[in-house]
Design a binder for this molecule. Structure first.
Ligand code: NAI
Length: 350
């Protein structure tokens, strides 16, 4: 693979390949941009089928973090890391400590936080070998509840435009992935009286949602074909493509997963179908707002974070309005403005 060519295609500054066989560590750290500040992004532990799959994921995720952090008004750039392998077999304290040393060697160009299969207690372990971690239990902690609340508020904003009211009572929401964010999102929706239809690879969490949140379990193959008001992808990215968008029967797509759309053509296909897409990096920013405060302000205050997360409702409305005014897709509405902001900042700060 021509990696530098890929870097220039996505606009990356730096890719670091990491290996320590003594602890079975193989990872890729991608620093997309440090124009606005040090790059912040989670570390994902995932058993990728191939190294190319891991690279594809980390390139897309880290670019998304540049946009997300800028959209959230944080003086932070974007990055992301993936640790390759099955976390159930490979995640050990030794591996995390070794990984922390590699992060440390970047000298603060990259800060990391939780992502899929990496939790707040793993952050505490990393903090033994590097200071460049956030989301540790001792400070800002698990970002997922903030992420879930932001998505819930964005859904309400989307519903106000799409359905004429921001109440989600009686609305049917299909949720893919009941992890830290997906389950917390379901709790918000349940409290408001929405009907939940859910699927997760892990049957135990599905059973829990059925038991505690009156959810209906659906099989994987019905996720994209079930009639509903909102489809919420809260597992992995690239869930929607131009092919499967045709089968969707929802009014809104809004979820936690980063890079929900495989490509821009998928965004256009949703637009043509009349499905309102709420851009992932706008609506799932609650987590970075939480973790980012620790880095940017040097202090942590949950009330300030909550107030900023509440702003996701208004931001979502602005994106929808801008898309309507410019006659472009919502997936296009935020991006050019953010890129302008990032490049303006580059020139204004020298
Ligand atoms: P998690 O690891 O706690 O949960 C992921 C869940 O998805 C697990 O229950 C897993 O079994 C399930 N899953 C994986 N593949 C699946 C599939 N194909 N179909 C159905 N279920 C599947 O992860 P978390 O933290 O809840 O994150 C979920 C998504 O949201 C990820 O894409 C993550 O990058 C994104 N995100 C998370 C943030 C956070 O604050 N945790 C912030 C912003 C984005």
């Amino acid at each position: 693979m021509e990696i530098i060519k890929k870097m220039s295609e996505y606009g990356h500054e730096q890719i670091v390949f990491v290996r320590d066989e003594t602890v079975n560590l193989r990872a890729i750290i991608a620093v997309h941009s440090t124009v606005l500040g040090p790059a912040l992004g989670g570390t994902r532990f995932w058993d990728y089928a191939t190294e190319d799959d891991a690279l594809f994921d980390v390139l897309r995720l880290s670019k998304g973090m540049t946009l997300k952090n800028a959209a959230a008004g944080l003086k932070l750039g974007g990055g992301k890391a993936v640790i390759i392998g099955d976390p159930k077999k490979l995640k050990t304290k030794e591996l995390l400590l070794a990984y922390g040393e590699f992060i440390n060697s970047l000298g603060g160009r990259f800060y990391t936080a939780e992502d899929v299969n990496i939790n707040a207690s793993d952050m505490a372990v990393l903090s033994e070998t590097t200071n460049y971690v956030t989301g540790t239990p001792a400070v800002s902690g698990n970002p997922s509840p903030f992420t879930a609340r932001g998505i819930y508020l964005a859904m309400k904003a989307g519903a106000s435009v799409k359905f004429g009211s921001d109440s989600l009572r009686g609305k049917t929401v299909v949720v893919q992935g009941l992890g830290s964010v997906g389950y917390a999102l379901c709790e918000h929706l349940y409290r408001e009286g929405a009907a939940l239809k859910v699927y997760d690879l892990n049957p135990a969490v599905v059973e829990k949602a059925v038991r505690e949140l009156n959810a209906t379990a659906i099989p994987a193959e019905e996720l994209l074909t079930t009639a509903c008001d909102i489809f919420a992808p809260c597992a992995m990215g690239a869930v929607l493509n131009t092919g499967n968008v045709k089968s969707l029967q929802c009014g809104i797509v809004a979820g936690a997963a980063n890079n929900v759309l495989l490509d821009a053509a998928t965004g256009d296909a949703l637009e043509q179908k009349g499905v309102l897409y709420l851009p992932d990096y706008i609506i799932n920013a609650g987590g970075v707002i939480n973790c980012g405060m620790e880095i940017v302000e040097g202090i942590y205050d949950a009330d300030t974070v909550s107030a900023k997360v509440a702003g996701i409702y208004e931001t979502t409305l602005k994106i929808i309005a801008l898309a309507k005014e410019k006659r472009i897709g919502t997936y296009q509405a935020a991006c050019p403005l953010l890129l302008t902001l990032i490049f303006y900042s580059k020139f204004s700060t020298g």
